[in-house]
Design a protein around this ligand. Structure first.
Ligand code: NDP
Length: 327
């Protein structure tokens, strides 16, 4: 038996509980992993609270991220005792995920941590840190340059936002942070933002084109915010869209794209091929500042997962929550 959160649907109603689960119920997979760390991402909070249609099959163990040690593997690439981690690949959506003491996984999903990062570091960063780096790679490939270019980061007090600011600052960009929590301005400046703006400036319907304010942006918010972000991106600039905390809609016009040559990049972390994942994690390992990692992350036990999910939607979670699994 092992402990894990289970989301189920009974008579059309979603249930969620921390349960003792028989190992025989684990899904098929080449590798059996003892989980040491997991996290609560926005998507996990949607799944746990039932606020969004994240879970595709019931019963489901939530948790899009996990890190731990291999107990057994039929794939020779992994030996018992190997430290491994997984981000995405449908964990917590179509395959049992990380908010549990055990997982059974496809070997193709497992990565070994870069030398400079522990499993705990990797889960503190989690999908949020890795997605922030995917967005930065897209902006770099577009040609944005530190020193000269200003980048806007929306959803700044969240996980993707916090790591985006910390990495961009380490690279030398000037950063504008947009937040609904102006009381967190000191925290955002300590991460590396030079300016902090109220997200209300961007969250209502705006004009097709605004003043050119930034060369690039990392947006985890969507909705009117993303439309306004594009409208105020400078000529030939780029926006990396990765989230929908305000909404799934995109009520924009084509004006920024056809009159200013702005490029909108879509960022997906879930099904990214492993070579790009490795590149992203190596860059993170090079750039990571441990003081910033500690500033962004808070640790909670597995039993608190549902409470953390509720706190996240109440705007009470700053940065990232790392979940310690005591297997
Ligand atoms: P968090 O909850 O940690 O951060 C989201 C932040 O968005 C909040 O902290 C808040 O920041 C802001 N926000 C919340 N509600 C609203 C609102 N109604 N209007 C405007 N801003 C709002 O989530 P994550 O950082 O983990 O994820 C952010 C988004 O990115 C989510 O939508 C998530 O699903 C998505 N995501 C996508 C990935 C991908 O592969 N594409 C991977 C990872 C995440 P503040 O208080 O500072 O305003």
């Amino acid at each position: 038996m092992f402990k894990g959160w289970v989301i189920d649907k009974i008579d059309g109603r979603q249930t969620v509980a921390l349960q003792n689960i028989d190992e025989a119920r684990l899904p098929e997979g080449e590798a059996r992993v003892r989980i040491d760390w997991s996290t609560i991402n926005y998507k996990d909070a949607l799944a746990l609270t039932g606020k969004g249609p994240v879970v595709r099959q019931f019963p489901m163990v939530p948790g899009v991220d996990l890190a731990g040690h291999v107990e057994s593997s039929s794939d020779p690439a992994f030996m018992p005792g190997d430290a491994v981690f997984v981000n995405g690949w449908g964990l917590g959506e179509t395959h049992w995920g990380g908010l549990a003491e055990r997982a059974s996984l496809k070997a193709a999903w497992l990565l070994k941590p870069p030398a400079a990062l522990s499993l705990k570091d990797i889960m503190a960063l989690g999908t949020a840190g890795y997605t922030a780096m995917l967005a930065i790679l897209a902006l770099e490939n577009h040609g944005l340059k530190p020193g000269t270019d200003t980048i806007l980061v929306t959803g700044a007090s969240g996980g993707v936002g916090g790591f985006s600011i910390a990495f961009l600052a380490a690279l030398g960009y000037k950063i504008i942070a947009s937040t609904g929590r102006m009381q967190e301005a000191d925290y955002l400046k300590a991460l590396g933002a030079s300016d902090v703006i109220d997200r209300a400036e961007l969250s209502s319907p705006g004009k097709p084109l605004g003043k050119e304010r930034w060369a690039g942006a990392i947006d985890s918010v969507g909705g009117h915010t993303l439309a306004n972000v594009c409208a105020s991106t400078r000529y030939d600039g780029a926006v990396a869209a990765c989230g929908l905390a305000q909404g799934m809609d995109f009520p924009a016009t084509v004006a920024p794209f056809i009159l200013r040559g702005v490029t909108l990049y879509g960022i997906d972390s879930v099904y990214k091929p492993n070579d790009i994942r490795r590149t992203a994690w190596e860059r993170i390992a090079q750039l990571l500042d441990r003081t910033q990692l500690e500033r962004i992350t808070h640790e909670r036990p597995l039993a608190d997962a549902l409470t953390v999910a509720e706190e996240l939607f109440a705007g009470k979670v700053r940065g990232r929550v790392l979940i310690k699994i005591d297997a």
